[in-house]
Design a protein around this ligand. Structure first.
Ligand SMILES: [Fe+2]
Length: 485
C-alpha cells in the first residue's frame, strides 16, 4: 500500500509535492544513517545512499537547515520551513531514496527550526506537523496526536528483529545555558551542565514510552538520538550536558535488560564511534554520523573523546549498520563512510557481546551479578528511592577514603565517586565501636558490605549515614574468614 499526501507547502503557496512512501522492510540487514544536510548545498552523498540500497534509512536530524538565512543563523518560521522541505524534496537523488527506501527520522535543532532550541521554541507544533507531513506519516497515525516526533518500529522475523527507536531530544528539552566566557583561545562558549532536579531531555511521557519500547522483544535495537549520548568532553550540545538524564538513560537500558542496543547520533559535523564500556552492563556503542554535506571540509585535529574507538574528524560522511544474520553469532558492523562510499572508520561487534550479563561484569558493576537476599537492594536501586526511605543496601566497596581526621569513612559503590551512579555509605565516628573500633577505609576496601538505615542527602545526592555499628556488616569475605588469614 502506498501512502500519498500533499505537503503543507501547498497551503503555504509552494508547488504541490506528492510523496509516495514504500512499505516497511520485511527484514533488515543494512541500515544507512546520517544527519546534517543543508538543502541549499550540493549533497553527493545522497547518490551513495541511493546506490547502497539500504533496507532502511535513519535520519538523525538537521535533515534541513530551516534556521539559516543568507548564511547566518535566524530562527525559522512556518513558511521558511515549508520552502526548505520543498527544496529537499526536489533533490533528485533524495527523491529517488524517498520513493524506494523506508525512512525512520527524528529531528535536531535546524529542522526543529531554531539553533540549539528546546521546549521553549514557539513554532514547535508547526514544525512537528511539517515534519510528519514531509515523512508521509498517515493522517490517522498516533504520531499526529502526540507531542514530539519520537517513534519506534520493529522490522524483521523473530531472531532477526531490528527495533528502531527514534528519540525526540528537542520538544521537551529543558533550557540549557552557555558559559559567559569563551574557552581560552576560542570563540566557543561551552554549555554548562544542567543538574537541576526537574531538568529533562525527553519529558515524562517520552521517558515512559521509551521504557515500554525497551521492554519489547527485539534482537538489535538502534536508538536514534539527534545529539551524542556517550562523547562528553566537547563543549557543544550532548546528553552529558544533563548528566542526570544521561545516567537515567543508561539506568533504563540496564534495568529493562534491553539487549542489543546501539546508539546512532548526529549533529556534530564529524564522525565518531564511541563505546561506554561499563554503563549499561555491556558495551554501549554510540556511532555519530554528521554530516551528509556539513562535515568539516578541512583537516582538523580529532577532539578529545575518551570513549572513541574510531572516527572521522573531518569530511562529509554517512553511516552504515550492516548485520550479518547468516553467522551463528550475528556480526554487527558499524561503519562511517566517506563521500566516495569508502569505509573510513569501523567497529565490528558480535551480537552476543551486546547482551545484559552476557559479558564479564565490569569491575564497577559487580553487584549486578550478585543475587541479593530479599529486602536487600543494590546501590542502583537505592539511588532510585527517596530521602528518608529505609533501605538495606549491599555492594562491594570499590572506592572511598578515611576523612575528617579518622572520624568518618566514606565507602563508595563505584571507583568514580563523582559518577551519578555512585552510592556512598558514610561510617560516622559514633559507629566506630565494637567491630569497627579502629576501622579505617582499609577495613572495608574491596569487601562486600551491607548497610541499613534511612537515606539522607548530601549535595542533592542520596547516601546512607551509619551511626550504629549494628547497621553495618561485612558480608564478604566473612569476618571470621578474615580472622583465619
Ligand atoms: Fe544540530
Amino acid at each position: 500500500m502506498f501512502r500519498m499526501l500533499t505537503l503543507a507547502a501547498v497551503a503555504l503557496g509552494f508547488a504541490p509535492v506528492v510523496f509516495a512512501g514504500p512499505n516497511p522492510p520485511a527484514a533488515v540487514t543494512r541500515v544507512v544513517f546520517g544527519s546534517c544536510a543543508d538543502q541549499n548545498k550540493p549533497c553527493p552523498i545522497w547518490e551513495k545512499v541511493a546506490a547502497a540500497k539500504p533496507d532502511l534509512l535513519v535520519l538523525l536530524g538537521d535533515n534541513i537547515y530551516a534556521d539559516i538565512d543568507n548564511g547566518k543563523l535566524k530562527p525559522s518560521d512556518p513558511a521558511k520551513m515549508a520552502s526548505c522541505y520543498a527544496e529537499l524534496a526536489a533533490v533528485p537523488a533524495f527523491k529517488r531514496i524517498r520513493e524506494s527506501t523506508y525512512i525512520m527520522a527524528t529531528w535536531d535543532d535546524h529542522d526543529y527550526g531554531n539553533n540549539d532550541a528546546g521546549e521553549e521554541w514557539v513554532h514547535k507544533d508547526d514544525a512537528q506537523k511539517q515534519f510528519l507531513d514531509f515523512f508521509g506519516v498517515a493522517a490517522d497515525s498516533p504520531r499526529r496526536k502526540q507531542k514530539g516526533v519520537y517513534w519506534a518500529e520493529t522490522f524483521g522475523p523473530v531472531g532477526q528483529r531490528v527495533q528502531v527507536i527514534m528519540l525526540d531530544g528537542r520538544y521537551f528539552r529543558s533550557p540549557i545555558r552557555k558559559a559567559d566566557k569563551p574557552l581560552p583561545g576560542t570563540t566557543i562558549r561551552p554549555y554548562l551542565l544542567n543538574t537541576e532536579a526537574d531538568a529533562t531531555m525527553l519529558g515524562a511521557d517520552q521517558w515512559k514510552w521509551l521504557e515500554e519500547q525497551l521492554r519489547q522483544p527485539a534482537d538489535v535495537r538502534l536508538i536514534g538520538s539527534g545529539i551524542q549520548v556517550v562523547s562528553e568532553e566537547h563543549p557543544f550540545e550532548k546528553w552529558a550536558t544533563m548528566p542526570n538524564e544521561r545516567a537515567r538513560l543508561y539506568r533504563l537500558i540496564r534495568d529493562t535488560k534491553a539487549n542489543g542496543v546501539v546508539i546512532l547520533s548526529g549533529d556534530r559535523h564529524l564522525g565518531d564511534i564511541s563505546v561506554a564500556a561499563r554503563e549499561v552492563g555491556y558495551p554501549l556503542y554510540d556511532i555519530t554520523s554528521s554530516g551528509f554535506n556539513q562535515g568539516s571540509k578541512a583537516y582538523r585535529d580529532p577532539e578529545a573523546n575518551k570513549y572513541r574507538v574510531g572516527g572521522m574528524p573531518w569530511g562529509n560522511n554517512y553511516g552504515v549498520v550492516q548485520i550479518d544474520w547468516t553467522s551463528k553469532d550475528p556480526l554487527i558492523s558499524l561503519q562511517l563512510r566517506d563521500e566516495d562510499g569508502e569505509i573510513a572508520a569501523q567497529a565490528r561487534v558480535p551480537l552476543s557481546k551486546l547482551q545484559p550479563g552476557g559479558g564479564k561484569p565490569p569491575a564497577d558493576k559487580k553487584e549486578e551479578a550478585v543475587k541479593l537476599p530479599e529486602g536487600v537492594i543494590s546501590p542502583f536501586d537505592a539511588l532510585k528511592k527517596a530521602k528518608g526511605d529505609a533501605v538495606t543496601v549491599q555492594f562491594e566497596v570499590a572506592g572511598g577514603n578515611t576523612v575528617s581526621g579518622g572520624k568518618r569513612i566514606l565507602l563508595n559503590s563505584l571507583k568514580d565517586f563523582k559518577s551519578d551512579d555512585n552510592f556512598t555509605v558514610v561510617v560516622n565516628e559514633k559507629a566506630m565501636t565494637g567491630p569497627y573500633e579502629k576501622a579505617t577505609y582499609d577495613t572495608f576496601k574491596g569487601k562486600t558490605i551491607r548497610a541499613r538505615g534511612k537515606l539522607s542527602e548530601f549535595q542533592k545526592k542520596l547516601q546512607l549515614q551509619i551511626d550504629d555499628p549494628a547497621n553495618l556488616e561485612i558480608v564478604e569475605p566473612k569476618v571470621e574468614e578474615k580472622k583465619d588469614k
